[in-house]
Design a protein. Structure first.
Length: 331
């Protein structure tokens, strides 16, 4: 696991350097080139979903800081967005004589060992807030008081193993508020960012589908294999079209003046998640156990995708979407 984490951190640092030079093009969402942003995220995900999780978090942090007027991101800084809010002990924010400090435990912190900075949600006396912190990955002594400390052994996943999503313990960690209370979830970009994650899922599904394309080419004409491949191609084509349409809508109304951002995000994420699930099923039924047992690259892609799409909350998200449609009186 340590070797996997080191390789992932090195790849993450290389991608961040490419972002700084423009070689990896990730324009801000809503700035007229959102489709290019989604295509870049999908391209990284097709290569490695765990890496895409880290790159997407960094790109999302850059967008959040730009939207909420936070500090500028340095060219060698690697940012994460640690905003999961599962049940149980969480993170609290309080004011000290020297400013805000964070205490407690944050779960699912992707890039726990490799991020130099992070945007973190925490509960303050006036509600849920977003804060910028410097992490222990700067080489200034992780584990020391006033630093974030990854809790070893808290990320035992096989899928998305290289995303390094350990829990992180905070003890009097200095923090800079970014925006006001609830600003993180109420800003239009929160919905845009959720679709960026779906673009990563789509890229992961393309990687899973590759083994079926190769199998079909090697076997030659075979009605059953071809039928599965046709179903996969149709679904991936539809997902690409949905993402492109969402990008155009975001660029047309970046501030969400029409109030359709949440419905858009729920629709796109639910659709792309269903496409990914269908791709996993069709590829598995068409190819059997062979690639899962003898092709480490395919096994990693498939296992990573199965875990990553669980960021979608299934029927809970569909129920929210249905409620929004019902209140609007039309789909």
């Amino acid at each position: 696991m340590e070797e996997v984490r080191r390789e992932s951190a090195a790849d993450f640092a290389a991608c961040v350097a490419d972002i700084a030079t423009g070689e990896l093009d990730l324009p801000l969402p809503g700035a007229g080139r959102t489709a290019e942003r989604f295509r870049s995220l999908a391209s990284v995900a097709e290569r490695d979903l765990s890496l895409a999780r880290l790159v997407e978090g960094h790109a999302d942090a850059v967008a959040i800081l730009a939207e909420l007027g936070g500090p500028a991101v340095g060219p060698r800084e690697r940012w994460g967005v640690w905003a999961a809010e599962p049940r149980g002990r969480g993170l609290t924010a309080s004011r000290s004589d020297h400013g805000w400090v964070l205490n407690g435990l944050k779960r699912y912190c992707s890039g726990a060992h490799s991020c130099t900075h992070a945007l973190v949600t925490a509960t303050a006396d006036d509600g849920r807030r977003l804060f910028a912190v410097t992490t222990g990955a700067t080489g200034e002594g992780p584990g020391a008081r006033g630093r974030c400390r990854p809790v070893e052994g808290t990320w035992q996943a096989l899928g998305m193993a290289a995303s390094d999503s350990n829990d992180v313990a905070f003890e009097d960690v200095p923090a800079v508020p970014v925006g006001g209370a609830a600003a993180y979830v109420e800003r239009p970009g929160f919905q845009h960012g959720g679709i960026g994650v779906a673009a990563c899922w789509y890229g992961g599904a393309r990687a899973v589908a590759d083994v079926l394309v190769r199998t079909a080419a090697q076997r030659g004409p075979d009605p059953l294999t071809d039928a599965h491949l046709g179903a996969v191609d149709m679904r991936l084509h539809a997902a690409a079209a949905v993402l492109a349409g969402a990008a155009a809508e975001i660029d047309g109304d970046p501030a969400d003046a029409e109030g359709t951002g949440r419905r858009r995000s729920l629709r796109v994420r639910a659709f792309v998640e269903s496409v990914c699930a269908d791709v996993l099923t069709h590829v598995g039924r068409a190819t059997g156990a062979e690639p899962l047992c003898h092709d480490p690259s395919h096994t990693r892609h498939a296992t990573d995708l199965a875990v990553y799409i669980r960021q979608h909350h299934g029927e809970r998200n569909l129920a929210e979407l249905g409620g929004l449609v019902a209140r609007a009186g039309r789909p």
